[in-house]
Write a protein that binds this ligand. Structure first.
Ligand SMILES: *[C@@H]1O[C@H](CO)[C@@H](O)[C@H](O)[C@H]1NC(C)=O
Ligand SMILES: *[C@@H]1O[C@H](CO)[C@@H](O)[C@H](O)[C@H]1NC(C)=O
Ligand SMILES: *[C@@H]1O[C@H](CO)[C@@H](O)[C@H](O)[C@H]1NC(C)=O
Ligand SMILES: *[C@@H]1O[C@H](CO)[C@@H](O)[C@H](O)[C@H]1NC(C)=O
Ligand SMILES: *[C@@H]1O[C@H](CO)[C@@H](O)[C@H](O)[C@H]1NC(C)=O
Ligand SMILES: *[C@@H]1O[C@H](CO)[C@@H](O)[C@H](O)[C@H]1NC(C)=O
Ligand SMILES: *[C@@H]1O[C@H](CO)[C@@H](O)[C@H](O)[C@H]1NC(C)=O
Length: 299
């Protein structure tokens, strides 16, 4: 029991990471790791996790520090100093292989603008950075990752994306994470942006009475690209009759329809008819005016 407590204390770094460290070195357990201080100073002193007396066996020589036989207590923040001035910081972590430390990666775009968001789950203590890889081998810039409670997400823009042209190269999300003392990386399955488009819900759904009928009108989601003739949408209306029966009606390429029956409430979602089917979430229910219902029923 005492041994377990001791182990946990040693494994917990003095400063938990709050952001992905800009400079890090990967090491393997029981092997030597070399850390370099990026400075022109000839002599530097080192701290590990803010301590002058590191929990590691070290050899310092000029601007170089060698960690002999890396173990978990020897990981963390190595900073070099000259006369109380911080010169450089390197984070030393152990590379983990085999385990999948990032799971359930899913990416979604609300439009054909080349921007999208990806989310995934990982260890609660992890910090991540992410970037895109194209199937022709080019890389995007690193983007920061937001995360809390083991849920992470990041936003991307593919600057070469053109909504009017066929996408040539598939994308892949590349993730690097550091959790406590270990480093891991992960690549998502490949995808085209056109295959992850899920529109926002349509907006401005209104119901007007027109003699004995109801005229429903709406607008495409604000994030949906123009022109409408090119970026057509398939709409799905769902309405509830006064006896409780739910009815669905599909409308393609138009933003209005006429309904003969009287209804209590109605909502709408949409889908890109040419992409893989992924319906938007529903708009909020639109309650049909009681007076309208009454007048309709009187007919
Ligand atoms: C490492 O330690 C230095 C000096 O204490 C500090 O300025 C820096 O923010 C730390 N870096 C990380 C990634 O914890
Ligand atoms: C070293 O520091 C210089 C100046 O701050 C910087 O331009 C350079 O990229 C650094 N090199 C490395 C390997 O960090
Ligand atoms: C990940 O997805 C699988 C199914 O694809 C699901 O069973 C599991 O609960 C998900 N895990 C998390 C942490 O969301
Ligand atoms: C990969 O394709 C993108 C556009 O899809 C282009 O901008 C980039 O230059 C290409 N890179 C290579 C290495 O071919
Ligand atoms: C992204 O992560 C942040 C931080 O956990 C969270 O507040 C936000 O709601 C997430 N966004 C999405 C779209 O999941
Ligand atoms: C992880 O990074 C190493 C190089 O640092 C690379 O060889 C390996 O392919 C990466 N793994 C994945 C899943 O991308
Ligand atoms: C509800 O009304 C519709 C049309 O008036 C009718 O077709 C349907 O059978 C009714 N459903 C029930 C459960 O009464």
């Amino acid at each position: 029991m005492l041994m377990l407590v001791g182990l946990v204390l040693c494994l917990t770094p003095t400063d938990a990471l709050t952001a992905f460290p800009p400079k890090f070195v990967l090491g393997s357990l029981n092997e030597d790791v070399v850390v370099k201080c990026n400075t022109s100073k000839q002599q530097v002193t080192w701290t590990q996790n803010g301590e002058l007396e590191p929990m590691a066996e070290l050899v310092a020589k000029g601007q170089t520090l060698t960690i002999l036989g890396l173990d978990l207590p020897a990981t963390g923040n190595y900073s070099c100093w000259a006369g109380g001035v911080l010169l450089d910081t390197t984070y030393v972590v152990v590379r983990v292989t085999g385990e999948e430390e990032a799971k359930n990666v899913s990416c979604q775009a609300d439009s054909y603008r080349g921007s999208f968001r990806c989310s995934w789950t990982g260890p609660r203590s992890a910090v991540f950075r992410a970037r895109l890889m194209r199937s022709n081998g080019s890389f995007g810039d690193w983007v920061p990752v937001a995360g809390r409670g083991g849920q992470f997400n990041a936003s991307f823009t593919d600057p070469s994306f053109c909504p009017f042209a066929e996408e040539l190269h598939q994308l892949q999300l590349y993730l690097e994470g550091i959790s406590d003392t270990s480093f891991f990386n992960f690549t998502s399955p490949r995808f085209f942006i056109r295959d992850i488009v899920r529109p926002d819900p349509p907006q401005k759904l209104t119901v007007q009475q027109q003699s004995e009928q109801l005229r429903l009108t709406w607008a495409p989601p604000a994030s949906w690209p123009l022109p409408r003739s090119y970026f057509a949408l398939l709409y799905r209306l769902q309405y509830e009759l006064s006896n409780g029966t739910q009815v669905e009606k599909f409308v393609e390429g138009a933003e209005e329809t006429i309904v003969e029956e009287h209804m209590r409430r109605v909502r709408i979602s949409c889908q890109d008819p040419y992409a893989k089917p992924s319906w938007s979430s529903w708009s909020p229910w639109q309650v049909v005016d009681a007076a309208q219902q009454h007048r309709l029923r009187a007919h």
